[in-house]
Design a protein around this ligand. Sequence first.
Ligand code: XLS
Ligand code: NI
Ligand code: NI
Length: 436
Amino acid sequence: MGRYFEGIEPITFAGSDSNDPMAFRHYDPSQKLGDKTMSDHLRFAVCYWHNFVWEGNDPFGGQTFERPWFPADTMALAKQKADDAFDMFRILGVPYFCFHDHDVRPEGDTLKESHKRLNEMADYFAEKMANGGPKLLWGTANMFSNRRYMSGASTNPDPDVFAYCASTVRACMDVTHRLEGENYVLWGGREGYETLLNTNLGRELQQMGRFLNMVVEYKHKIGYKGAILIEPKPQEPTKHQYDFDVATVYGFLKRFGLENEVQVNVEQGHAILAGHSFEHELATAHALGIFGSIDMNRNDYQSGWDTDQFPNSPSEAALAYYEVLMAGGFTTGGTNFDAKLRRQSLDGSDLIAAHVGGMDICARGLKSAHAMIADRALEGPRDLRYAGWETPAAQAMLAEGATLDGIADDAEARGVNPQPVSGQQEKLENVVNRYV
Ligand code: XLS
Ligand code: NI
Ligand code: NI
């Protein structure tokens, strides 16, 4: 048993009148919205890296946090870290967690030694998971921190790095499979470039496409039933990342024949870095049929960095979950808090309070979104806006066999003279604000 969170009781639902910062005001796990409980809608996960690995450093300063398991460079400390992590999962009552290989075990001197340690930690997790611990939402490989990846992972100019990545991903997929992880994520932090002056962009994209195809082949070979997810991000750490945004990833998947095999894990902060809103990225993923899961956080809107703050805006959360629900809700995916404290928030209780607030804002957003959909508050006006397209004549224009010529002749014969109608944006914004 860990000790770090000693004295902090499991968080419970206290209702919206409560002013207890360590209680849920909106997240009532067993409350039903439609045919699913809030817990089943949201499928919360806590990430290992920001909470138990990150030491509070920024580009101008080092460690600010003091945690008893730091620097976790021995297996004993890695296990102490796991004890405390699972204490936090229990206190929060989250059904899932997520990790990279690098988060949970100190790296060995050889690939084999690293994998052996990863598997030892997986055994340690398996026992805790079997004893009432959370399930694994997704596993992933950290192929961006070590200096060997500075010029790329699968896109590296050195084929030995490509081979190293194959071994790393195989080990991480095996562990994810063994722990019954519901997804396997690839975030290509170093799959991009710093300067085109030294980069063969076409070659690197080919390498990345081959790698992803092999990942999918391996998934089928071992009978892994979870989803393979790509997490788009436009930049940071590299100046330009190949998985720029959802639309770019879709084009990449189409090119390599993987659009039915791979989905996306969409992160709010990454959407913003790409110049989009979170809901834009979610709606795009839905429209293209590749919606998988979300990394929930927010950015600082002034700094232009991926600040990975905890979400705290009711309207942003409402619009995000609106798109999640419109996409049919989560299947294998869920809401992973890829979010970290500010570096002055030193205490263990800060970690708990941050998640309590984040979970609550998501629950509040989900409730708003669910109500908007139930009332058809946006769908009603939206249907009216497109109603013209429901007529047989309009449908015929889109049907197989229709031609530009035929439509043009008909338009001229009918003397079509379209009359603009109001888009009603402000009225719709007012509607949304009634629900948040
Ligand atoms: C970094 C990414 C990373 C992925 C997992 O910006 O969000 O944390 O989610 O590798
Ligand atoms: Ni991120
Ligand atoms: Ni992320």
